[in-house]
Design a protein around this ligand. Structure first.
Ligand SMILES: NC(=O)c1ccc[n+]([C@@H]2O[C@H](COP(=O)([O-])OP(=O)(O)OC[C@H]3O[C@@H](n4cnc5c(N)ncnc54)[C@H](O)[C@@H]3O)[C@@H](O)[C@H]2O)c1
Length: 263
């Protein structure tokens, strides 16, 4: 009876770099934070990470969120601990950079993880989020808003923005808010293989960013924490880029078009 009053945040892909930072932030405003991840080993490493070590509010949950039956039972178990006030759909990833190298199997797998699984997680917690007048934050990407490669992932992340708006419009009458956060390049384990390949990858990528740096997991977590808070009580249905200015434009492009060294 006592546990049913606990306010819960659920962070999918919670063992990842962005997920851990988000979980640490939300643990200051919720009684419990479930970090849900497919990888048991990542979860146990996450619990000992600098962000989460010793934080007793953070609980691991192993689940493949692309599998509907697993998501349903995850939902039932988590809801036996309290009410979900915040759902952060953060699990995501991409493997294939171009249409030419894409197989139909990979296309469906990237759609399944980046879009369908988000819908499944939302449905698992929708009633509880209604009861708590809570909020949903979907982690999309700058890839949703322009072409930076990885077409299946990008199409799924673009669809996620419209899914976010659908929640905002249909569930707004219950006091539920839904927003998306679109990060630019964040150095996480998702980039490790490419970073290992060398070629000063991140130094080269920085050149495309007006703020001359890439994004930190903490930058994304700050945006999520804000959107989950009462400070964002009137904000719903938006997609907030956390991109160090990438989508605003590129200095080198402006320099070429304006023929001005001021950029
Ligand atoms: N890193 C970037 O540059 C970047 C940029 C824009 C958007 N994003 C988005 O941010 C989110 C987090 O990415 P990240 O860079 O922290 O990645 P990450 O690889 O560090 O973390 C992703 C986590 O999701 C988990 N996961 C994968 N498939 C799963 C499944 N089926 N069920 C449950 N968990 C699963 C992984 O085990 C991993 O721990 C993703 O949605 C990603 O698309 C990342």
């Amino acid at each position: 009876m006592f546990s049913s009053s606990k306010s819960i945040a659920v962070v999918t892909g919670g063992a990842g770099d962005i997920g851990r930072s988000v979980a640490a932030h939300l643990s200051t405003t919720h009684d419990l934070v479930f970090i849900v991840d497919i990888d048991k080993q990542f979860l146990s490493t996450a619990l000992n990470s600098k962000e989460l070590a010793g934080n007793e509010k953070v609980q691991p949950f192993t689940c493949d969120i692309a599998e509907e039956t697993y998501v349903r039972s995850m939902g039932a178990i988590i809801l036996s601990q309290g009410q979900v006030r915040t759902l952060v759909n953060n699990a995501g990833g991409t493997y294939v950079g171009s249409l030419d190298k894409m197989s139909s199997q990979r296309w469906r797998a990237e759609m399944s993880l980046n879009l369908d699984a988000t819908y499944l997680c939302f449905k698992a917690f929708a009633e509880s989020i209604k009861e708590t007048r809570g909020s949903v934050i979907n982690i999309t990407s700058v890839n949703a808003l322009s072409v930076f490669g990885n077409p299946a992932y990008s199409a799924a992340k673009a669809a996620l923005i419209n899914f976010t708006r659908s929640i905002a419009v249909e569930y707004g009458k219950f006091g539920v808010r839904a927003n998306a956060v679109a990060p630019g390049t964040v150095f996480t384990k998702a980039w490790e293989a490419k970073a290992r390949a060398g070629n000063d990858l991140f130094d080269k990528l920085k050149e495309w960013y007006p703020l001359e740096r890439i994004i930190q997991p903490e930058d994304v977590a700050n945006a999520v924490a804000f959107l989950a808070s009462d400070q964002a009580a009137a904000i719903t249905g938006v997609c907030l880029p956390v991109d160090c200015g990438l989508l605003a434009g590129q200095p080198s492009v402006a320099r070429a078009f304006a023929q001005s060294e001021d950029y």
